[in-house]
Design a protein around this ligand. Structure first.
Ligand SMILES: Nc1ncnc2c1ncn2[C@@H]1O[C@H](COP(=O)(O)OP(=O)(O)O)[C@@H](O)[C@H]1O
Ligand SMILES: [Mg+2]
Length: 273
């Protein structure tokens, strides 16, 4: 392998977690010729290694916000800066996990995770080592050669998380990653994600409908409101990790968060399992 390319890759993977700065962000879509303001004057600073949860009514622009941060949408007004650099395209520095795993059905777990390394200047052996390491990281040992249809929903999401983490992104965006899972699996994966976050030390932003999940994982919970999508409220979760789910402090914060959400007219119906 070309030595300088390899050095670039090593430098990239050694980068510190990202600091995200969003200033005066607005996003408009045009629907049948009429402008629709999806996000209005969003201001948000996320510290390196911080875990931020986002909750809010359906259609308030949560997914649009994540798509902008990941660079899937380049047109917006205001600034989105990661470590001072303006975001206007996708990059290996930013990973995303969606509610549906989006694995290729014709590839095995191992092959699906390796896809993320496709364009890297690493030797085949090094790629295989990284894939094996990440399969271990998400506890999928023994399922390397399984196809997505042979996995449970939780296992497929683990594979999707491994695929997103293999590039050591500075920031990982999670758009309702556990929204389609049963309650027990969700609790397991929340704990796993917490462990990965502590281990990887990357910045994470997670959108969720689950108020308990938002509080259990987040250093901060951002509450958004719809029409137009904007930040309405913010709660600091001043508790060390890992947290005790039934702690009185979390219960009190849950009451505060629910009051914020129920106060809005457009609370979303629960997701079907
Ligand atoms: N590509 C698009 N073109 C036009 N409107 C869009 C597009 N994507 C999202 N929207 C609209 O933007 C609003 C916010 O959507 P979204 O970001 O998916 O909200 P959320 O994830 O909070 O439910 C919705 O009214 C949706 O219809
Ligand atoms: Mg959404």
């Amino acid at each position: 392998m070309n030595a300088s390319l390899k050095q670039q890759w090593l430098d990239h993977t050694a980068q510190t977690p990202g600091s995200l700065e969003i200033r005066g962000l607005s996003k408009h879509y045009s629907i049948e010729g009429k402008p629709l303001t999806v996000l209005q004057d969003i201001n948000l600073s996320v510290k390196p290694g911080e875990f931020v949860s986002i909750v809010g009514a359906s259609g308030c622009g949560k997914s649009s916000l994540l798509r902008l941060i990941v660079g899937l949408e380049a047109e917006y007004s205001g600034d989105i800066l990661l470590d001072g650099e303006r975001i206007d395209a996708t990059s290996l520095e930013r990973g995303i996990v969606f509610q549906d795993h989006r694995l290729f059905p014709w590839k095995t777990v191992e092959q699906n995770i390796a896809v993320a390394l496709k364009n890297h200047p690493l030797a085949k052996k090094e790629k295989a080592r990284l894939v094996a390491e990440h399969i271990q990281l998400v506890n999928l040992q023994g399922f390397e050669n399984a196809y997505p249809h042979q996995l449970s929903g939780g296992m497929a999401q683990r594979a999707a998380i491994a695929r997103a983490l293999i590039n050591k992104p500075k920031i990982l965006l999670l758009d309702e990653p556990f929204g389609a899972l049963d309650a027990l699996t969700r609790v397991h994966l929340q704990r796993e994600l917490q462990r990965l976050w502590v281990q990887q030390r990357s910045t994470m932003i997670m959108v969720t409908h689950d108020v308990e999940e938002a509080l259990y994982l987040g250093d901060r919970v951002i509450v958004m409101d719809a029409r137009p999508g904007r930040i309405k409220h913010e709660i600091q979760v001043d508790l060390p990790h890992p947290r005790e789910r039934h702690s009185p402090r979390l219960q009190a914060l849950k009451d505060e968060l629910l009051t914020e959400l129920v106060g809005s007219d457009h609370i979303e119906a629960p997701q079907p399992f």
